[in-house]
Design a protein around this ligand. Structure first.
Ligand SMILES: [Zn+2]
Length: 393
């Protein structure tokens, strides 16, 4: 049985990886996921208008709606010449499957879908509730935005995120906001700067002030970081001109309880303090926003604000999931993700009890020669099955 399961996991992962799927171009991967779900006997398989795929299997008895969630998109390959293995070839070398998305997170999707189908078939659907599996688009650029549509449609009660956890159990993550701070000056010929107001000099005072802010610390999740990631002036290049505009981008890592308003207010207070010593200062802050066209042609626009979340260690879901993983022969450590996931929506925005479990350590995501261990895929498959056995009993 393990041999055929191993073969299916590899085959399914291979098909998903071969369907190159940077954010906004997930059509091939979505079609593969939908096809496998249909062949494996899911009751319903639906592609939504953003192009995300979900499937459901209903048990013989009433019960909870449990969602296994993952994403179809990957980051780009980067310089293909740097790869020793074909990024879409899924070569298997010494137990490792190489390719973009093997670890993040096509291997996990294959394991979740196969585990759900096999669990339901082996017990002849004698379980409580509904097993839902979602494969969302555009997670790599907009964590949790396609998931909003998913949760509205599927109404899950508990969520299992399949992002890489090195087969451990995750019960939270910091959130993330991208902030744009700007200053507005007045342009002039740089041979006569006194006639203008240099927006970069204004920004320098603000950057210094923001650097002096003390981040909040959460005993479980760590520091609420605010890090400058880029700075640009306009006009650029500024040949013989005093720049009239300057924009700085900040990566702000969020802690539980921090919302959009409180995060912006903290920066606005700092801007006001700088302005109180310099009445001519014109500055502001806003959440960065962006939009992408999904492969279905639908445009998805959103602010880059993805809240933090955490679930108590003694929550029934955490305890049941840990029990399921132990029954599958695993020994999960309970900790938190260090990156952002669709949990920002499910748990952060919707308040749904959520946990994370997936193959591979986090640091294998997004790298050149990304790989997943086949053994990890098999363990993840067993882990998802083990959790379903406990959660849907
Ligand atoms: Zn991911």
């Amino acid at each position: 049985m393990i041999e055929s399961c191993r073969r299916q996991l590899v085959e399914f992962t291979r098909e998903l990886v071969a369907a190159r799927s940077p954010s906004g171009s997930e059509d091939g991967a979505a079609a593969a996921a939908a096809r496998w779900m249909s062949i494996l006997g899911f009751d319903r398989v639906v592609v939504d208008e953003l192009g995300s795929v979900w499937g459901s299997i209903t048990g013989a008895r009433d019960g909870r709606r449990v969602l296994l969630d993952g994403h179809l998109d990957t980051v780009e390959v980067g310089d293909e010449d740097q790869w020793a293995h074909d990024p879409f070839g899924t070569e298997e070398v010494q137990g490792r499957l190489y390719g973009r998305g093997t670890s993040d997170m096509k291997g996990a999707l294959a394991a979740m879908i196969l585990a759900a189908a096999d669990f339901a078939a082996d017990c002849a659907r004698d379980f409580s509730g509904d097993i839902l599996v979602s494969c969302t688009v555009c997670e790599e650029i907009f964590e949790g935005i396609a998931a909003r549509r998913m949760s509205a449609e599927l109404r899950p009660e508990w969520v299992i995120l399949g992002e890489a956890s090195d087969l451990n159990l995750k019960r939270g993550q910091r959130g993330r906001a991208e902030l744009w701070v700007h200053t507005e000056g007045k342009t002039a010929h740089s041979s006569n700067p006194g006639a203008g107001r240099n927006a970069v000099y204004d920004m320098m005072h603000i950057v210094q002030k923001l650097q002096g802010l003390t981040p909040r610390v959460d005993s479980f999740l760590g520091e609420g970081i605010m890090e400058l990631t880029d700075i640009c002036s306009e006009p650029y290049p500024g040949r013989s001109m005093v720049p009239e505009l300057c924009k700085a981008t900040y990566d702000r890592r969020l802690l539980p309880g921090e919302d959009r308003e409180s995060v912006l207010e903290q920066v606005n207070t700092a801007l006001e303090k700088v302005g109180s010593n310099d009445p001519g200062l014109s500055a502001g802050v806003q959440c960065a926003s962006d939009e992408i066209t999904c492969y279905t042609g639908v445009r998805m626009a959103a602010e880059r604000f993805f809240p933090a979340w955490v679930i108590e260690e003694d929550h029934l879901l955490v305890e049941a999931a840990a029990e399921g993983l132990r029954r599958a022969g695993l020994s999960p450590q309970v900790s938190h993700y260090s990156f952002c996931t669709n949990g920002s929506h499910y748990a952060g925005e919707r308040g749904l009890p959520s946990i994370g479990f997936g193959p591979s350590p986090e640091q294998l995501a997004h790298i050149t020669d990304e790989y997943v261990l086949v053994e990890d895929l098999v363990s993840a498959y067993k882990g998802y099955r083990g959790m379903l056995e406990v959660l849907m009993s």
